[in-house]
Ligand binder design. Sequence first.
Ligand code: SAH
Length: 240
Amino acid sequence: MGKLYVIGIGPGGLEHMTLKAVKAIEESEIIVGYNKYIDYIKPLIESKEVYATGMRGEEDRCREALRLSKDKVVAIISTGDAGIYGMAGLILQLRKDEQVEVIPGITASSAAAAVLGAPLMHDNCNISLSDLMTPYELIKQRVKSAAESDFVISLYNPKSKGRPGYLMECINIIRQFRKGSTPVAVVKNALREGQETKLYTLENFQDSFTDMVSIVIIGNSQSYIKDGIFITPRGYDLKD
Ligand code: SAH
């Protein structure tokens, strides 16, 4: 009897994977994933059969993983958490009677938050700016609602060549609801090789540093920067 593990490998650095994820990969005979993500776990899979595909082959990749899992132990990997803009949903939608187990990982917003300090300490939400499967009008509506409701906002897939203007348009929507001094942080390659961070305010934010390996975190009305550290207070009544 085979099995399919749907694994979130975390942000990229091996030490940020869960023990459960490492064990599941060790147990798996075949590893399925996007080429670049396979590279992050190379040291763990040297002796294994690997089925690597390009970026847009998601559906084929999932169907193949499910097919292989009928009689082998297979791992399909996503970065971060497999259930957050990863492969878990598609696998479960396509699943018939295959045995599937989803293993969580550290998502990009958590990874970036740890790098920055504590920006997600109060109610927060994730919004992907990718319009491949979500109409842009709906994305903007969600950005507006989140801004209006004072959520800390993490923007996934913030910028790509095909939609260069979306990030600034969304920042402009948020500017209508938050003060100019609100902290905005960009973390590129959080907790993996190539990590870089930039801090802005909503007023002086510009998008030239941001790319597809970045996440953008916009503070709420209470967020502030202290000694270069991004803090969103939880609301404790502090004595001094
Ligand atoms: N399943 C992933 C998200 C995949 S969507 C997760 O849970 O993290 C891809 C987007 O995630 C990228 O465009 C980027 O915005 C963000 N991302 C993923 N890993 C990242 C990292 N290490 N540092 C910064 N952003 C990251």
